[in-house]
Each structure stands twice: as structure tokens, then as C-alpha cells.
Design a binder for this molecule. Sequence first.
Ligand SMILES: *Cc1c(COP(=O)(O)O)cnc(C)c1O
Length: 233
Amino acid sequence: MDSGGTTPLAERLAEVADRVDAASRLAGRSPEEITTIVVTKFHPVSLISELAALGVRDFGESRHQEAQAKVAELAGTAFGDIGATWHFIGQLQSKKARHVREYADVIHAVDRESLVASLGGVGRPVDVFLQVNLTDDPDRGGARPEDVLSLATRIHSTPGLHLSGLMTVAPLGEEPRRAFETVRELSERLRRDIPDASGLSMGMSGDFEDAIAEGATHLRIGTAITGNRPTVG
Ligand SMILES: *Cc1c(COP(=O)(O)O)cnc(C)c1O
């Protein structure tokens, strides 16, 4: 790369940052209250290094074995000193929870009591988001809206866990803004009980502007920044 040149990756990153700024301004919010997590699942470690060189510090991964291997590989390089934050954004099996906790700084898809029990207790404190499922399909992950407050209370009272707020994935075939509005309302209710749990992890490549309009604090953006994911499996 020439010193004065730019790469497609740098251009996409800058373009998303501009869109985040514009959507924030439109919503009367400050872009500084929004963290953009770059989702690097299925991509090689070299892409993570390139993103780090462009100033990215928040990385999202969704599969335990892949994430664990990447974190281990990068720990031995200059990347180990940049103070990166690893976000585990995928569905998590209870039996893998303790392992994920060893390298993840933030876990985004906590959705049931058994997982809270597996994550809690020992170890350095970890930030967690409670995932809300807005569909009728339990396979999509997430707690039902009516179970959110009791599960949140459970997380809040579990040593070793810090409840950052709520997380969701907008259902397919529905207006994303409506889904995000539902979660924002749930978040307002939750904050009456647990004021500190004010985070909202929502918004992906196709819908992050709607998420910003409804108060998202953490965007999980993959393809709009990384380009298409390599196909796997
Ligand atoms: C893959 C993934 C994303 C990023 O999706 P894009 O559409 O590529 O931005 C966000 N959140 C979760 C939970 C994901 O699994």
C-alpha cells in the first residue's frame, strides 16, 4: 500500500463512519456515544490486523472455536498491545460459556438462566447484553420480551457479570425500525429497575441507521465494512 493511498477496506470503514455520524446527527445524538463493533467472523486474522491498523478497536466474533484461535494468534503480535475489545456476538452453548469468558470482554447474546449460571461466579467481571427475541422462533436465540425483566434481575445479581443492556437482531421480513423501537421501550422499562443497564446492542449492515434512530449504543457491523464473508461449510 502506498503511504498516500487508500484501500477498499479503509474506504468502506470511512463510509460507514460517515453514515453513523449522519444518522446520529439526524437523531440529535452524539456519535461518541456509539461504539461500532466490526464483525470479522469467517474472515482471516490478517483482516483483523488491517482493521487494527486503521484504528478499529472493537471486534465481533460469533463462533467459539474460531474466535478463540484468532485471539490466541493475535495475542503474540503487536495487536496484543493495542487494547482491543473482543465482543462475542453469537449464540452460546452453556458448556462453552466458561471458555468464551476467558477471552471475550463483552458477551452479547445471553438469553437464559442456565447460561447466566455457567457464566457467573469466578473470573474477571464480564459485560453482558441480554438478547431479546422478537420472533416466535426459539431457534433465533434470545429471551421472550415477557421474560426480560426477570432474567435481567438474575444477571444483575450474579457475581462476575455486569449487565450492559439489551441486544437484538431485527426479525427478517419486518420493518427493522419497529423492532428496534420495541427493544428501546423494553430498555426504558429495564432502566427503571437497573439504571446502569442502559446499553442497546442493535443494528447491522442493513439496518444500523434505524437502530441509531432508536438509541443503539453498540452497532454490530460486518459486510458493510469487511465486504462479503468468505463462504464456509
Ligand atoms: C454476522 C452478525 C452481524 C453482522 O452482520 P452484517 O449483516 O454482516 O453486518 C451482526 N450481529 C450478529 C449477531 C451476527 O451474527
